[in-house]
Design a protein. Structure first.
Length: 262
């Protein structure tokens, strides 16, 4: 893992970033990366693009009906989730970006309004319901919620702003822009909070989560809580990032800049 190794040795040698190219973007937060290093982003027309690790376009998915894709989860490239918050729809794509299934939450009597969604390791879906302030696991095979965790004692009903859900290493992470990150086990039981506020999106690599804040790319160890950081190019205000083996992908509100680790 060349990039990771170079960055881990930052006290001796700080890795350099060499700009490669940019691509226009439709959202700096509806982004994802699969286990093969491919990127999934939205173009300005809200089409889904799959990019190779060098940031070159490979495939495009043009939705038959338009809507706002608020979450993308592509870690498993065989089953890519697109969540349309405005349509309350879960759309699954296969590895060729062909639709596998489309589920309107209203058609299965889901009560409430889902604000964020992600896939779980058992092929269910985690949903954050902002109406009832609950974390739910939805099993589409049974067409019902199998786990439901009330969050009214955890989240501030007047101040919450949930942006992202992500299951990683058998834990579920809920990102609240105003209050930080809340961690649950894979049964939906609340475990702890991480006081990292004001984050638009988080990513994971190895035993760390990472994010962009105040012109820095910051890595946070999930087990020791230690941080390490790297200054980003000052000429551009970046909002989010995805970290690859030999590339770093930095996102503004309307473009993605691809850098090479040196």
């Amino acid at each position: 893992m060349a990039a990771g190794n170079a960055f881990a040795q930052q006290e001796e040698v700080t890795p350099q970033l060499v700009y490669s190219h940019s691509i226009p973007l439709g959202s700096p937060t509806s982004i994802s990366q699969d286990r093969n290093g491919h990127l999934y982003v939205l173009d300005p027309m809200r089409n889904l693009l799959r990019l190779d690790p060098l940031g070159q376009p490979l495939d495009t998915f043009s939705p038959p009906t338009r809507g706002r894709i608020s979450n993308i989860e592509a870690w498993n490239p065989m089953k890519i989730l697109l969540f349309y918050e405005d349509r309350q729809t879960l759309l699954l794509l296969d590895r060729f970006l062909r639709p596998i299934s489309s589920t309107d939450l209203r058609d299965i009597n889901y009560e409430g309004i889902a604000r964020a969604a992600t896939l779980s390791s058992d092929d269910s879906f985690w949903l954050f319901d902002e109406t009832n302030l609950t974390l739910s696991k939805l099993d589409l095979r049974l067409r019902k919620v199998t786990v439901e965790t009330p969050l009214n004692l955890i989240l501030d009903r007047e101040r919450f702003d949930v942006r992202q859900l992500r299951e990683y290493q058998n834990m579920l992470y809920l990102l609240d822009f105003n209050n930080g990150i809340y961690v649950f086990d894979n049964l939906g039981n609340y475990k702890k909070s991480i006081p990292l506020k004001g984050l638009a999106s988080i990513g994971f690599r190895g035993n760390e989560l990472y994010f962009v804040q105040d012109g820095q790319l910051i890595f946070y160890d999930l087990y020791s809580s230690e941080k390490r950081s790297m200054a980003l190019p000052e000429k551009t205000q970046y909002i989010t990032a995805l970290v690859g083996e030999n590339q770093l992908y930095l996102f503004t509100k309307d473009k993605a800049d691809i850098y090479l680790w040196q």
